[in-house]
Ligand binder design. Sequence first.
Ligand SMILES: Cc1cc2nc3c(=O)[nH]c(=O)nc-3n(C[C@H](O)[C@H](O)[C@H](O)COP(=O)(O)OP(=O)(O)OC[C@H]3O[C@@H](n4cnc5c(N)ncnc54)[C@H](O)[C@@H]3O)c2cc1C
Length: 424
Amino acid sequence: MNDGLQTSPARLGPGGHWRNWVGNQSFIARHKAEPASEKELAALVREASRQNLPIRVAGSGHSFTPVVATSGLLLSLMSMQGLVSADVDRKRVVVRAGTKIGDIGRALKRIGLSLANQGDIDTQAIAGALSTGTHGTGIGLGCLSSQAVGMRLVLADGAVLEVDADREPDMMAAAQVSIGMLGVISAVTLQAVTAYNLKERLWRDDFEACLEQHDELAANNRHFSFFWCPVAESRHLYCLPDVSAVSPSKREHDVCEIKVMNVTDEEPFSDEKTFERVAYSSEIYPIEYIPNFHELEYAIPVENGKEALRRVRELMLTRHTDCIYPVEYRFVAGDAGMLSPYYKRPSVTVSVSGAPGIDYWAYLLDVDAILRQYGARPHWGKLHFNTAEDMPSLYPRFQDFQAIRRRLDPSGRFLNDHLRNLFA
Ligand SMILES: Cc1cc2nc3c(=O)[nH]c(=O)nc-3n(C[C@H](O)[C@H](O)[C@H](O)COP(=O)(O)OP(=O)(O)OC[C@H]3O[C@@H](n4cnc5c(N)ncnc54)[C@H](O)[C@@H]3O)c2cc1C
């Protein structure tokens, strides 16, 4: 552990209002700060601890849960962005914790590397995305945090802990998905891969036709995912393109909008008629969303995916016909993160959304009741109904995580009410 105690005392400036991207979470922090260096960050954390204030960090605010909320010091690392170093031979890069995923992709492209996988958007701060277990799709591909092989953590007393997966795999397994509970991540080391282009293909098919091909599409494509759309308007709510021209199904409702992506040697192109395109990996992954939805997402064992999805579909077609946002269905490989939704479990993720301004709670509760029966683990950044009672059975290494959390943050400085309900 480095001694971060030599920095001069920081002055905590005024606080203010904060809200997340979609607007369903907001709070007023007593102090806000945007350090420009790890040294400044450490001094701020130490001063907040001295004043006995709780501390939280905001990434890009793309979580739907109250994981950022604090009444004490709210930190933003938006002035701590960019590539720190690259070891091209080992394909490893160190990035500052506030760096946006899209900027990491652009930096990797310049040095002939790529991220192994990414999610649907690339505007999250890397530390924020890792901390909630953010994922893309691909039966053989882990979530983003499984690409992290090291990080620097500013602890509650301002000291800096260097976490290295090779030397301390257990500490890394605790820190890689930790919802900001161990300290403030100041930098992350990522294991990248050789740069690759992806070819994307989109089409639509009937629900049962899609499920009939489920295993084959998952096995034969690097990435496979789909959105099930109960009605024709569903597609517009998530800005999905109209792929009628290339689809075997002529229906517009009760259909799956399917996407596969594979590594290719082809040169970049985009064909609007065939809904195929090729580009550098990180230019293919992100799609467009507007802040018109509140999302719940759980990970369940891959072998239960089809059955669980059929039951969610049935629920929507019978009891909640006014809930028409698409259901997104993706694949994630198992990993070692103690709080990872995919801990040692190849998974599919099922996500549903409610419309802001509508009372969608009963719908989400009904979806929760179905998915719970398959040992559903929540996406920490998306709405869920889990409590402390659920944790030990869902996460086999929960007590190990708790022991590390209590050792690194004995006074619970990095907890807030939401996290105390789950972890204290
Ligand atoms: C439109 C949209 C699309 C999305 N697509 C996907 C997707 O494809 N796949 C997926 O899995 N998820 C997806 N999400 C969820 C999103 O990726 C996660 O909620 C992610 O955590 C958000 O990152 P952020 O930078 O906004 O972090 P925030 O939401 O701001 O913070 C998330 C957590 O990280 C903590 N944190 C942030 N920075 C630090 C730090 N430096 N040190 C310690 N803790 C820190 C915060 O305190 C908080 O607990 C999507 C969300 C939206 C709104």
